[in-house]
Every structure is written in C-alpha cells, then in structure tokens.
Design a binder for this molecule. Structure first.
Ligand code: SAH
Length: 237
C-alpha cells in the first residue's frame, strides 16, 4: 500500500500543484484529493515535474473512502494539546518519521486539512495518531504545501538514516479494525457513562497509534480485549 498523502477539501490550486511537486522531490507517488475545491487542470502548472502525480491523483468523496484499507491513519495539525484535549495529544514529526522508517511495507495514510480551517474534530477522530510540526507559538499554522514538504522531508530523511529500516510488520488493516472493535466492545461491557466510554476509546486508540504496534502485538491485544468483553458480558468462552 505504501504511504499516501490525502488532502482534505484543498482550496487552492497553487497548493495542490506544489504538493504534487514536493511529493515527486521526495519520492512519494500516491496523492488523494477529498472533494477538492478547484480543478486538477488549474493546479497542473504549479506541479512542474510532479505533473504525473497530479494526473494520477485519486479523487474521493469522503475521508472514510480515502483511508479505507490503511492500518495507520495519521492526522496533522498545528493545534495540539498536552493535557485535557485527548484528541489533540501529538507526536512530533521527527519522532513520527523515525517510527515510519522502521515499518516493513508501510501502510500509512496521512491527512492534511483545508487551508482555511484545517481538519474537523470528526476527521481527526478517525486517525490513530496526530502529528505536529513544532513551530513558533505566535503563529504555528503553516501553509498547506509547506507542511506537506516538511512531513515528507522528515520521512525521507529518517529512511535514509535509520539503521532499523523495515523491521516492524504492521497489523493488516482488517486486524487493526478487529482490535479497535474488540476494544470498543470491552469498553461498552464496562457500562460507563457515554462520555467516559468515548474518552476511554479515544485514549486507547491513540496510545495504540503512538506505540506503532506490531502485527503480533495487535493479535495479543485483540485477544485480551475480546476476553474482557466476553467475561464481562457473562460469556466465559
Ligand atoms: N487555519 C487552519 C490552517 C490549516 S493549514 C488551522 O489552524 O487549522 C492546512 C493544513 O496544513 C493543516 O490542516 C495541517 O494538515 C497542515 N499544517 C499546517 N501547520 C501545521 C503544523 N504546524 N503541524 C502539522 N500540520 C500542519
């Protein structure tokens, strides 16, 4: 599957073109546009030698469609929290890139938001991990194509440097789905108030995302949460 760059409702043709160009610079091929607000034709002049990437870009009608089949879904944002806002606890791009370099046959989808308002909370909630580019606290919000450039550069660089290249086998998308479903069932079986259920699910999903678990770890965790669910719901199997 590789690594795919997803632009959610991009608004400017210059940005779209520049994103295709920088993908070419760092050797990434798969670009997905979710409901782009401008035409690919208009963006082509800005793509330069990345025009092939732009021409073969996949156009999707929803984020769900764009991330389907990916084991690790990544949201990017300048708005982060170190405390209360569980959805916005970030990993820095450098740490993230180092982990991506360790993945064998990476299966990673990275979401970038709209120039005007970024990604919605609902969209961020679909991700396993939130990545941020540290920047001045006076104005941490980068231009979309600049943010993509930094993210791809760091991954490119980490891959060139890592001595641990390609050692971690990621869970398959289906296995990740089953793990998250087993977590959801176990949490539900504990019969907490709804808001705590949601919080607990987000925390578990994010902790698992940040840990870059292996396929085998996903299998063991999935079995554990399944057992919890079965025991709590009175089924001893
Ligand atoms: N006013 C919007 C700006 C979005 S910038 C906002 O504050 O949300 C467009 C996109 O670029 C963002 O959605 C994000 O995907 C990416 N981006 C911009 N600055 C970033 C940063 N510091 N770290 C990570 N991603 C960033």
């Amino acid at each position: 599957m590789g690594l795919r760059v997803i632009l959610v409702e991009p608004e400017g043709e210059i940005n779209i073109g520049f994103v295709a160009r920088v993908m070419k610079n760092f050797g990434f091929k798969e670009l997905v546009l979710v409901n782009p607000k401008v035409s690919i034709e208009d963006a082509l002049p800005y793509a330069s030698h990345g025009d092939d990437i732009l021409r073969s870009a996949i156009i999707c009608g929803s984020v769900d469609e764009a991330i389907k089949g990916y084991s690790l879904v990544v949201a990017t944002s300048s708005k982060v929290s170190v405390g209360e806002d569980l959805l916005r606890i970030p990993v820095t791009i450098k740490d993230f890139a180092r982990k991506v370099a360790e993945l064998k046959d990476e299966n990673v989808a990275i979401l970038f938001g709209r120039e005007s308002v970024g990604l919605t909370r609902e969209e961020i909630g679909k991700s396993h991990i939130l990545v941020t580019i540290p920047a001045s606290k006076d104005y941490p919000s980068l231009n979309l194509s600049h943010a993509v450039a930094i993210v791809l550069y760091e991954i490119f660089n980490a891959k060139a440097k890592s001595s641990q290249l390609g050692v971690i086998e990621q869970p398959k998308p289906k296995e990740m789905e089953v793990l998250l479903r087993n977590i959801e069932r176990a949490v539900k079986a504990l019969k907490m108030p709804a808001y705590r259920e949601r919080k607990t699910e987000i925390v578990l999903k994010r902790v698992i995302g940040r840990a870059f678990i292996s396929r085998h770890e996903a299998y063991v965790l999935s079995g554990f949460f399944r057992k919890v669910h079965l025991l709590l719901s009175g089924n001893k199997k």
